[in-house]
Design a binder for this molecule. Structure first.
Ligand code: GLA
Length: 343
């Protein structure tokens, strides 16, 4: 384990970058946002490749204007229609930070706060955030811990939380992957398989219509591995609405246990990543909005040069009775896992 300065915030506060390694991989994590900054895995020749987009120092993360690169997104990831919801008969209002809707919980994201490092050693780091009652508009005082754990062939991210009132908890990791190496160009030739027979159609504001769509015979079908770019320009309404893949897939046979959600492969490096999660859904967002982002090591990130796989409850699920509920009961443990395994 190594720790080093990651730069000063505009407040003058110092930040730290932690490096953890095992034989297969190396990650770096910042105490600002608890964000994952680097993830090096080995290609076929055994050369380390950094497969996540990011910034060289904390200023990039502090100044980030809506990409959420490498972030932990909470208390609720994705969109909430009309930035509001009812819980136990009470109306809660959130920031309207995307038109009249709420995206990734609003103007004061967890990713722009200092997290407290609770423990760190050679293969794991745990960071803690306290989110007070009505923080971002959500009820209840919540304790949240994110743990990054290096395993023999991958990385496990765990979210543990508890809250003293019933609340919405739907926190995820928003890393942009490029399995050919960060800053190496388009991800359109990456091959992706998603273990999902259905998906969540959305309108022109990326808000779920409430339907659950069948992927069969549509460009949303990733049940058999295919290149991201293969059907991305197809004439299909919900795909037009979002300007490319930016949808939630419903992971098959969800029962609250870990399931393999995604297998993705970089065409240039042959790096293969499998994602497992115990969330019911996974958002695949192919970086349609990336535009001239000045990233790590002089690289510039443009449209579709990174791909997010965000395990989560379906978008706006708090407002849909036919979606799995993201409500966590008072004083009940919240525990979710995301595992990235490499070949
Ligand atoms: C999510 C959304 C996208 C976009 C990105 C951040 O993944 O689904 O529409 O807002 O976050 O840029």
């Amino acid at each position: 384990m190594k720790s080093e300065g990651f730069g000063k915030l505009t407040t003058g506060e110092n930040t730290t970058l932690y490096t953890l390694s095992n034989e297969q991989l190396t990650i770096t994590v910042s105490d600002f946002g608890g964000s994952m900054v680097n993830l090096w895995v080995k290609d076929k020749q055994g050369n380390p490749v950094d497969i996540v987009l990011g910034f060289d120092n904390v200023s990039g993360y502090e100044g980030d204007d809506g990409t959420y690169i490498g972030c932990n997104v909470g208390r609720n990831a994705n969109r909430i229609h009309n930035a509001g919801f009812f819980l136990n008969g009470k109306k809660y209002e959130l920031d309207k930070n995307e038109g009249t809707n709420n995206l990734h919980s609003g103007f004061n994201p967890y990713s722009k706060r200092m997290w407290k490092v609770n423990s760190v050693n050679d293969n794991s780091i745990s960071l803690f955030l306290f989110s007070p009652h009505m923080d971002q508009g959500f009820p209840g005082n919540m304790d949240l811990t994110v743990t990054y754990l290096l395993e023999a062939n991958g990385l496990k991210i765990t979210y543990d939380a508890s809250c003293d009132e019933d609340t919405v908890i739907n926190i995820t990791n928003h890393s942009y992957f490029n399995l050919n190496g960060q800053g190496s160009g388009t991800i359109l030739k990456h091959k992706v398989k998603i273990n999902a027979d259905s998906f969540i159609p959305v309108d022109t504001n990326s808000i779920p219509t409430g339907d659950i769509g069948n992927v069969s015979g549509t460009p949303m079908d990733f049940t058999v591995s295919k290149a991201i770019g293969k059907d991305i320009e197809s004439d299909f309404e919900t795909l037009h609405n979002t300007g490319g893949y930016d949808h939630n897939w419903c992971i098959n046979n969800y029962d609250g246990t870990l399931k393999e959600a995604v297998v993705a492969e970089g065409d240039m490096t042959g790096i293969k990543m499998m994602i497992f999660t115990d969330y019911p859904g996974i958002q695949m967002y192919v970086g349609n909005f990336l535009d001239d982002i000045k990233g790590k090591e002089g690289k510039v990130y443009n449209r579709r040069e990174g791909i997010c796989f965000e395990p989560q409850f379906y978008p706006d699920s708090v407002n849909h009775e036919n979606f799995y509920s993201p409500v966590c009961k008072a004083n009940q443990p919240f525990h979710k896992e995301i595992i990235y395994r490499f070949e």
